[in-house]
Design a protein around this ligand. Structure first.
Ligand code: 2DT
Ligand code: MG
Length: 215
C-alpha cells in the first residue's frame, strides 16, 4: 500500500448449498470482527433490493420464468452493479463478508447441466470481478441440510439438485478455499472461520494485491 495510505480490507466469501449454515456463520463472523475493531460489512448475493435483484427474486420465488442463460446473466449483472462499491470499500480498508458470490453463480448454473451453460461459460461470465481472498466453503451432505428443517419453497431447494450443486462446488475449490465440515456445532465452526479470516485480513492489510476472477 502507499505509505500512510489505507490498508485494504479483505474479501471473504461464504459458499455452500442451501441451509448449510452460511448466514449464521456470516453473522457470527461480523460480530467477532467488529468486537476486534476490524471495520467490516456483511453483504449477500443475490442483492434482491436492486431492480435486477427484484427480477432474480421473482425467478427464485417461481413468480417468473426466465431462460437459464438470462437468469444466469442477471446474477452476474447483480454482482457487477455492486462492483465499484465493493472495490471502493475494500480499498478504503473495509473487510467485506459476502454470503454467496460468483462461486454460487458457477455452481448453481453449471449444476443444471445445460450444454451451452457449462462451468467454463459460467466462469467466463464472472471475469473482472474481484476474487475472494478467502472462500469459506461449508460442506454438507444435502440429505443432512434437508433434515435441518427442510428446504423452503424456492427454486433449487431440492435434494437431487443440491447434490449436483455440491459436486460443482467440489470442482471449483482452489488454494484460497477453506473447506469446513458444516455438520459441526456452530461455535466450533466459528472458531475455525475466525482464525482463517484473521489471517486473510492480515495478508490484505500487509499489501497482498486483490485478485481478479479467475487468477
Ligand atoms: P439465497 O438462498 O442465499 O438467498 O440464494 N444463486 C445465487 C445462483 O443461482 N446464482 C448466483 O449467482 C447466486 C449468488 C443460490 C438464493 C439462491 O440463488 C442461487 C440460491
Ligand atoms: Mg435459499
Amino acid at each position: 500500500p502507499a505509505p500512510g495510505g489505507p490498508r485494504r480490507g479483505a474479501l471473504v466469501v461464504f459458499e455452500g448449498i442451501d441451509r448449510c449454515g452460511k448466514s449464521t456463520q456470516c453473522s457470527l463472523l461480523l460480530e467477532s470482527l467488529q468486537r476486534r475493531g476490524v471495520r467490516a460489512e456483511l453483504w449477500r448475493f443475490p442483492d434482491r433490493t436492486t431492480p435486477i435483484g427484484g427480477l432474480i427474486n421473482e425467478y427464485l420465488q417461481k413468480k417468473a420464468a426466465l431462460d437459464d442463460a438470462v437468469i444466469h446473466l442477471l446474477f452476474v449483472a447483480n454482482r457487477n452493479e455492486k462492483r465499484e462499491e465493493m472495490l471502493r470499500l475494500l480499498a478504503g480498508g473495509t473487510t467485506l463478508v459476502l454470503d454467496r458470490y460468483s462461486y454460487s453463480g458457477v455452481a448453481y448454473t453449471a449444476a443444471k447441466g445445460v450444454p451451452h451453460l457449462d462451468a467454463g461459460f459460467c466462469r467466463a461470465a464472472e471475469t473482472g470481478l474481484p476474487a475472494a481472498d478467502l472462500v469459506v466453503y461449508l460442506d454438507l451432505d444435502p440429505e443432512q441440510s434437508a433434515a435441518r428443517g427442510g428446504f423452503g419453497s424456492e427454486r433449487y431447494e431440492k435434494v437431487e439438485f443440491q447434490k449436483k450443486v455440491r459436486s460443482q462446488y467440489g470442482a471449483l475449490a482452489d488454494g484460497r478455499w477453506l473447506r469446513l465440515d458444516a455438520s459441526q456445532p456452530a461455535e466450533q465452526l466459528q472458531a475455525q472461520v475466525a482464525a482463517a479470516v484473521q489471517r486473510a485480513v492480515e495478508r490484505a492489510a500487509a499489501g497482498e494485491p486483490l485478485g481478479r476472477l479467475w487468477d
